[in-house]
Design a protein around this ligand. Structure first.
Ligand SMILES: *Cc1c(COP(=O)(O)O)cnc(C)c1O
Length: 392
């Protein structure tokens, strides 16, 4: 066989491969492992959405190829969600929305619509790894925007050199943020839209966690900024609000030229989302509150156990107002990787090393809230045993 393409060769080795091997070995040996590692809801999809899938799966019309842009009724549900949830009333479902096979698919594929070899994307560090790896797969180059605790994990857009900003194609943003749990307000999005106009950059805002928020905080959409549609698209997902990660349904909304380019690209590489899945997703989007209020209460209770427990050990963490992640510094004497390894070996608890989300994540770990309360409490008890009190 000839060499693999350079685009795949250059993808860095999977950073969690080591720890995943250790987890598998520990489970094999019969050890009781508690995973705070993966960001995948443990709660089931709401029953009425499952029933909507079953009902529509019986209809033979839905057994044929869907349109790759998605059913108009699904896209209308997205537009209605924007109107009701964000007060954004001017999303045209025919031209400004496209269904996605999970938002990850669109987040990766939009690169092929904008990025030619050597083009620059602006990518936060740390961040969801797909922004960087998909940029590279499309032949692009990542320019890192470090996210620092001192700035609330918001990028300093003014610090980007003008010649870089002028050349950049895409600016990736994600609030509520994976992995830091940071949230933002509309003022930051206004600043980002002004930046995008000044430098003719397309903002790709990943709003996967818009509904996973706590303590009364309500996450905005970047499309609430007047005129944002001229320079921005937003990615949304049914995965996190409706516990539908396995179903694969998300959407892009915003700039018509970008949405149309992605739909064109997709019509050549996939054939859309199973319509019964779209019917279930659309039912969720038309009445999101019913589904998310229960999950929110559960995540918030788990968060309080986790953050409270860590703080009793010596951390000084504020409770995240969004996402289901707690992002915390590792104690003195550890790297991200060595701390994750220590906690796995000594407490049988899986956490993720922050360095897996970019070099600026070194010195941090991420723990997820997708584990039920009594297991969360058990994880904390084991960590207390293994660590005693910590210093930084
Ligand atoms: C989970 C997640 C997604 C997307 O999930 P899909 O299931 O592909 O819709 C996108 N962005 C971030 C930051 C996520 O954590």
């Amino acid at each position: 066989m000839k060499e693999l393409a350079k685009r795949i060769q250059q993808i860095p080795p999977y950073l969690f491969a080591d720890i995943e091997r250790k987890i598998a070995a520990a489970r094999e040996a019969g050890r009781d492992i508690i995973s705070l590692g993966i960001g995948d809801p443990d709660l089931p999809t709401p029953q009425r959405l499952v029933e909507e899938l079953c009902r529509t799966a019986h209809d033979a019309v839905n057994h044929q190829y869907p349109s790759s842009q998605g059913m108009l009724s699904f896209r209308q549900a997205v537009a209605e969600f924007y109107a009701k949830r964000f007060g954004v009333e001017d999303i045209d479902p025919a031209a400004e929305v496209c269904a996605l096979i999970g938002s990850k698919e669109g987040i990766a594929n939009i690169n092929y619509c904008f990025v030619d070899t050597g083009d620059i994307n602006l990518i936060p560090d740390p961040s969801y790894p797909v922004y960087a790896t998909a940029t590279m797969l499309a032949g692009g180059v990542c320019y890192s925007l470090p996210l620092d605790a001192s700035r609330g994990f918001l990028p300093d857009l003014a610090a980007i050199p003008g010649n870089i900003a002028d050349r950049a194609k895409l600016l990736w943003l994600n609030y509520p943020n994976n992995p830091t749990g940071a949230v933002t307000d509309l003022a930051f999005f206004e600043e980002a839209v002004a930046f995008a106009r000044r430098h003719d950059v397309l903002i790709c805002h990943d709003n996967a966690y818009s509904e996973m928020t706590y303590d009364g905080y309500i996450a905005p959409s970047i499309l609430q900024v007047p005129g944002a549609k001229e320079v921005a698209v937003e990615f949304g997902s049914c995965s996190k609000p409706f516990n539908m990660t396995g179903w694969r349904i998300g959407f892009i909304a915003g700039n018509a030229r970008a949405v149309n380019a992605l739909a064109t690209y997709k019509s050549n590489v996939d054939s859309g989302v199973f319509q019964a899945v779209q019917y279930a997703g659309q039912m969720g989007l038309l009445d999101p509150e019913q589904a998310v209020s229960e999950s929110r209460a559960k995540y918030a209770a788990r968060r309080d156990i986790l953050v409270g427990g860590l703080n009793e050990m010596g951390w000084n963490l504020a409770s995240p107002k969004g996402t289901f992640y707690v992002w915390a510094p590792v104690p003195k004497g550890f790297s991200s990787a060595s701390f994750a390894e220590y906690i796995l070996d000594e407490a049988q608890v899986v956490i993720t090393p922050g360095s897996g989300y970019g070099p600026a994540g070194e010195g941090y770990f991420r723990a997820t809230l997708t584990t039920e309360e009594n297991r969360m409490a058990e994880a904390i008890a084991r960590m207390k045993n293994a660590l005693g009190s910590v210093t930084f």
